[in-house]
Structure formats: structure tokens, C-alpha cells
Design a protein around this ligand. Structure first.
Ligand SMILES: *[C@@H]1O[C@H](CO)[C@@H](O)[C@H](O)[C@H]1NC(C)=O
Ligand SMILES: *[C@@H]1O[C@H](CO)[C@@H](O)[C@H](O)[C@H]1NC(C)=O
Ligand SMILES: *[C@@H]1O[C@H](CO)[C@@H](O)[C@H](O)[C@H]1NC(C)=O
Length: 301
């Protein structure tokens, strides 16, 4: 038993051991950042040996020159060769070099900075060391909310997240945080950025407040905004308008009864102007909402 199990145990130990050293020295790290922010790409020798007089070289996707340091000479003090994309945006940490720390900072990150970076010590003894770091840059715009439509069935709300990257998950929530049923999101993609539109139909709640949440798990980012729907006001207009036709009909009947057909003709010539004005003002079920950041007013009330 023992003699058959022993080689297996040794093999497992070897796997675990090499696995940990691999992960520590060469394993890929991941840095996530939102576009426009700064990113620190870590790279440190576990020996913590002084690298002030050494050479290290940062490259992106195996080719673009990001940052090179060679015993005090580097891209920020006149050394040529840096890729245009990184000019003026990358620095090392001078005071960290004596601890074997070759980390760099990329300022004002852009979507095109995303990719796989290597930090190499090509002249290190006894052998060259290479570290891999993946940089994920996301764009996390705020959702735009608006009221599309109001009818007896409810109010149609639209949430739009434009030019987001990576693709966000978009949800409508009630004010207590529960997820509201919504239509299938409409998603379009251009140049790695996504436009997502999500509509839901809501009815009165205790707060009449609704929230749209955009989540980008990949960059650990959540943005949201909320909207107030003034339900009570949307019915006040209707009830006020509804009895006006009744009054008009009553008035016409009254005129016919007291003045005869001649009087009716006189009145009817004056009334159409009034009627067209009344219809234009919008007594129909359709209403336009105007949106200003946190509250919405239905125009007709
Ligand atoms: C290396 O330096 C950077 C910048 O000061 C710092 O954020 C990082 O923690 C340092 N790494 C180590 C292993 O000390
Ligand atoms: C970076 O490398 C990982 C794993 O090796 C790969 O899945 C990913 O697509 C690469 N990213 C880019 C932008 O090339
Ligand atoms: C708005 O409401 C009207 C009538 O209720 C309906 O016909 C129309 O399809 C709605 N529009 C949207 C965008 O939901």
C-alpha cells in the first residue's frame, strides 16, 4: 500500500510546491481600474534585493515599450524608445527600488491600455525573471433615466447606459432594492463599448421612486441613479379635463333650448377656436415627461 501511494504523494507535493512558487514569481496578477483613474502595476522581487543599479523592462502585449529602467536611465529622463501611447503617463517609484520594487503607475488610464503587461529583469542572476500582470480598464458611465410614456396600465421608464465597457448588467429596482420585471435589454456594441437600454412599466408605490443600477463585476463597479414618478399628479389633469366636454354639451343644449337654431349657429362659430385650443393642450392619455436629474414633472399638471 505505502509503496504505491508514496510516489503519488511526492508527485502531489511537487505540484503544490511548484504551483506556489510559479504563482508567486510569474503568475498573472490582475489590476482593475475605471477609465481616467490611475493604475499601479505591481512588480516586486521576492528577494527584495536593491535594483537601483539594475535593468527592468515593462512591455504591453509582448511588444509595446511601456517603461524601461536601466541603472538610473529611463523614459522620463531622456531615454528614447517609449511607445507613443504611454508618453508622459508612466512613472516608477524611485524610493522603492532599493527594496526590489519595480512597480509602475499609469496615469489617466484609457480603454486601449487594457491588456497583458510583462515586467522583466532580463539580466538577473541566476536567471531572468518575468512577471505577468493583466490590466482591465473599464468605462462606467452613469445611467440616464427618463419617463417614456404614461397610460392607465402604468408608466414606462427607460434606463440607458451608454458607451460602457465591459458590458454592464442593468436592472430596474424599486426603492426597497427588489428587482423589477423589465423587458429584454436592448444591447448594441461598437469598438468594445456597449449601449444598453432597459425599459420597465411601473405602477404607484409608497415612494414612487425607482432606481436603475448598472453593475460591471469585471471591474468591480456599480453606478446608479433614481427617478421620481409623480403618479398622483398624472390623474389630476384628466379628471379636471373630463367634465369640460360635459359642460360644453350642456351649454349647447341650453343655448338650443333658449335661443333656437339661430342662436346655436352663433355659438358654434365661436366655440371651435376654444375646442381646438383645448385639444392641442393635450387631453389624451399620452403625456411627455421631462427629466431633470432626480425628479420628473409630467408637463400637463
Ligand atoms: C511597491 O511600491 C508601490 C508604490 O509605492 C506600492 O504600492 C507597493 O505596495 C509596493 N510593493 C511592495 C511589495 O512593497
Ligand atoms: C491576457 O491574457 C489572458 C490570459 O493569458 C487572456 O485571457 C486575455 O484575453 C489577455 N488579454 C488581452 C487584452 O490580450
Ligand atoms: C405609449 O402608450 C401608448 C398608449 O397607451 C401605446 O400605444 C404606445 O405603444 C406606448 N409607447 C411606448 C413606447 O411604450
Amino acid at each position: 500500500m505505502f509503496w504505491t501511494a508514496a510516489p503519488l504523494l511526492v508527485f502531489i507535493c511537487l505540484l503544490v510546491f511548484t504551483g506556489t512558487t510559479y504563482g508567486h514569481e510569474h503568475g498573472p496578477g490582475v489590476v482593475r481600474v475605471v477609465e481616467g483613474n490611475d493604475a499601479i502595476l505591481p512588480c516586486s522581487l521576492s528577494t527584495k534585493e536593491d535594483i537601483v543599479q539594475k535593468l527592468f523592462d515593462w512591455k504591453k502585449d509582448g511588444q509595446k515599450e511601456v517603461f524601461l529602467y536601466d541603472a538610473g536611465s529611463h523614459y522620463n529622463n531622456g531615454r528614447p524608445g517609449q511607445d507613443e501611447q504611454f508618453k508622459g503617463r508612466v512613472s516608477h517609484f524611485q524610493e522603492q527600488l532599493k527594496y526590489g520594487n519595480a512597480s509602475i503607475i499609469i496615469r489617466d488610464t484609457k480603454i486601449e491600455d487594457r491588456g497583458n503587461y510583462t515586467c522583466a529583469f532580463p539580466r538577473l542572476k541566476p536567471e531572468e525573471k518575468i512577471f505577468n500582470i493583466e490590466l482591465i480598464v473599464g468605462a462606467a458611465p452613469r445611467p440616464h433615466l427618463k419617463i417614456l410614456n404614461a397610460s392607465e396600465d402604468g408608466v414606462v421608464l427607460q434606463c440607458e447606459v451608454l458607451r460602457a465597457s465591459p458590458k454592464p448588467k442593468v436592472e430596474w429596482q424599486s426603492s426597497d432594492g427588489s428587482i423589477l420585471p423589465a423587458e429584454e435589454p436592448h444591447v448594441s456594441e461598437r469598438g468594445g463599448r456597449y449601449d444598453v437600454t432597459l425599459r420597465t412599466t411601473v405602477t404607484k408605490t409608497t415612494t414612487n421612486r425607482f432606481r436603475c443600477v448598472a453593475t460591471q463585476e469585471n471591474i468591480g463597479h456599480v453606478t446608479d441613479d433614481d427617478i421620481y414618478v409623480p403618479f398622483s399628479e398624472s390623474t389630476c389633469g384628466d379628471s379636471a379635463h373630463n367634465w369640460i366636454p360635459g359642460i360644453l354639451v350642456g351649454l349647447i343644449i341650453g343655448v338650443v333650448l333658449t335661443l333656437g337654431v339661430e342662436g346655436l349657429h352663433l355659438v358654434l362659430c365661436g366655440v371651435p377656436k376654444f375646442i381646438t385650443r383645448y385639444i392641442k393642450k393635450g387631453a389624451g392619455p399620452q403625456m411627455n415627461g421631462s427629466y431633470n436629474r432626480h425628479s420628473v414633472t409630467l408637463n400637463e399638471c
